[in-house]
Design a protein around this ligand. Structure first.
Ligand SMILES: OC[C@H]1O[C@H](O[C@H]2O[C@H](CO)[C@@H](O)[C@H](O)[C@H]2O)[C@H](O)[C@@H](O)[C@@H]1O
Length: 521
């Protein structure tokens, strides 16, 4: 995991390379002296975080009105503590980076940002949406806009928003949340000039998903569909996880170039999904070596893009007042919109909804891990539905999620990237390529938004309180879920996540490729 610790050079690049060659020549990595190698690193690179400065988000206040409106005193106090964590996660680029950008892996950033926390010191694309929701709950509107401005600069320079703010993330993106982020800020502030300023970047970001191999045409039952898939631009090991990806190709017994390039693209593509790694992307639903991410047509990406279209149509209509453009996106949406059916027992766990029902696989995006932003997305999809049973279920899940996070916070004094949702008191999640991280930007953002949304009625409860029973019984609820579709008329989060495939169907496309259909029925 060298890249996680070695991120900026002290000397000129040519000198670093020359000194490396002098010191190690052609010695293969496994034969290099560890001590000598560490010594080389210490002399040529600075330790992590040197290129970033701590900061306070603009406009930060101790007691934002929205958080003070949370009726339960315990949860209100907790929300204020989470509000204070923004100051720990706030970062800005040291100006020395702009003088010698080639010495740093950080992509230059003009504005302050909120980092996820732990090993993740740079801005991450899809994390930002939930961080922004939390900043809005904390009334930090300027800070929320700064997150978006940094991404607009990326779109201007690179044509898209990379996975994260590092050079080694430039070959892939993450779930498309730029347009929803602009929408949420507009919804909270009614700042029309912000939307006008961001519109060209929104359009450019939307177009990115129509190129770069993301768009795909399929024929099912003689009907032609244009759908979207994730697809990284690289077919080499991920630079930040080089060792891991080389090892995966070796344990898959791939020796020829084509097979290696295929698996490396699929590994990088899993990082583009934001769910690295999950059995969702494994052909055998068990082992990483069978990964085939580019062969999956994922329900979530297709739903996110439907939502992007809906927002563009709405903002062109409401803010820009351009009927033609609004209609253009409405028509694109009409072609893509599908019913998304969800059927799952994922709601039965006391700590929230796990990311998948696949057990015993040690991947961070599988059972028993539940993620804050995903639970938030499910809650919002249900809450914005017109069905009372779904709205009750939203509150029930919000209560579970909030209480679970709160109990872990009281026990560990930290907010975590993911949680094990099984057990009356959940614990931090585990599994995957790295240790569970604390901080944590999108977890905090999701909680703050839920606390403000349900400020008048959500309570901390006591351990042992029945937080598991939904307002309707699980059976009735599962049945009613199958009838919930993404038929929203104004932008809202689609209820996509619980439909994750446990029994995927497959289809063969015009060019003879077989895809797992993790999409719409
Ligand atoms: O280095 C491993 C992976 O780390 C990141 O992914 C995870 O953390 C991100 C930040 O919170 C999050 O956006 C992502 O969903 C997580 O899986 C990074 O984004 C990956 O590219 C990288 O492979």
């Amino acid at each position: 995991m060298i890249f996680q610790c070695v991120i900026h050079q002290i000397q000129r690049i040519d000198d670093t390379i020359a000194n490396f060659e002098n010191a190690f020549g052609d010695t293969p990595p496994e034969k290099m002296s560890e001590e000598k190698f560490k010594d080389f690193l210490n002399h040529h690179f600075l330790s992590p975080g040197h290129e970033l400065l701590n900061c306070t988000p603009d406009g930060w206040q101790d007691n934002p009105e929205k958080l003070m409106s949370i009726v339960d005193p315990e949860l209100r106090e907790w929300a204020l503590q989470l509000n204070a964590i923004w100051k720990k996660l706030c970062k800005e680029m040291d100006q020395k980076v702009s003088i010698n950008p080639e010495k740093y892996s950080l992509l230059p950033l003009k504005h302050k940002f909120i980092a996820p926390g732990g090993r993740f010191r740079e801005p991450y694309y899809w994390d930002a949406y939930w961080i922004i929701k939390g900043l809005i709950a904390s009334e930090l509107y300027e800070a929320a806009m700064q997150m978006v401005y940094n991404f607009a600069n990326f779109i201007e320079k690179y044509g898209f928003v990379p996975n994260g703010g590092r050079v080694y993330y430039l070959q892939r993106s993450q779930p498309p949340m730029f347009i929803p982020s602009v929408y949420e800020i507009f919804d909270a502030t009614q700042n029309a000039s912000f939307v006008e300023e961001m519109m060209p970047f929104m359009v450019k970001e939307f177009e990115y998903w129509h190129n770069s191999g993301h768009q795909y045409n399929i024929t099912i039952n003689n009907n032609n569909y244009t759908v979207y898939r994730y697809r990284a631009q690289s077919n080499t090991p991920r630079p930040e996880s080089y060792k891991e990806d080389v090892a995966t190709a070796a344990s898959a017994n791939f020796t020829d170039k084509v097979s290696k390039q295929r698996i490396w693209r699929d590994l990088a593509t899993a990082a583009e999904t934001g769910q690295d790694f999950s059995t969702r992307w494994f052909a055998d639903k068990k082992t990483l070596e069978t990964i085939e991410t580019t062969n999956v047509l994922p329900v979530d990406l297709n739903s996110f893009l439907c939502w992007n279209m809906d927002i563009l149509s709405y903002l062109y209509d409401e803010v820009i007042r351009d009927d033609d453009e609004s209609e253009k996106y409405r028509n694109i949406l009409a072609k893509h919109r599908r019913a998304v059916h969800a059927r799952s027992h994922a709601f039965d766990y006391p700590g929230g909804v796990p990311h998948s029902m696949v057990r015993d696989v040690d991947q961070q995006w599988d059972f028993p891990n539940g993620w804050g932003h995903i639970n938030h997305m499910i809650i919002e999809g249900l809450r914005k539905s017109e069905a009372p049973a779904a709205q009750d279920a939203a509150f029930s899940l919000a209560t579970k999620w909030v209480r679970g996070n709160y109990r872990v916070y009281k026990a560990t004094k930290h907010m975590w990237e993911k949680y094990d949702v099984v057990g009356t008191i959940p614990v931090p999640g585990k599994g995957g390529e790295y240790e569970v991280q604390d901080g944590f930007g999108w977890t905090n953002g999701a909680i703050l938004d839920l606390l403000v949304t349900y400020a008048d009625r959500i309570t901390a409860g006591n351990v042992g309180d029945d937080t598991t029973t939904p307002a309707t019984s699980t059976k009735t609820f599962s049945q009613s879920m199958t009838n919930i579709t993404t038929q929203t008329t104004s932008p809202s989060v689609a209820s996509t996540v619980t439909s994750s495939k446990s029994t995927p169907s497959t289809t063969t496309t015009n060019d003879g490729k077989t895809f797992s259909l993790n999409f719409c029925e």
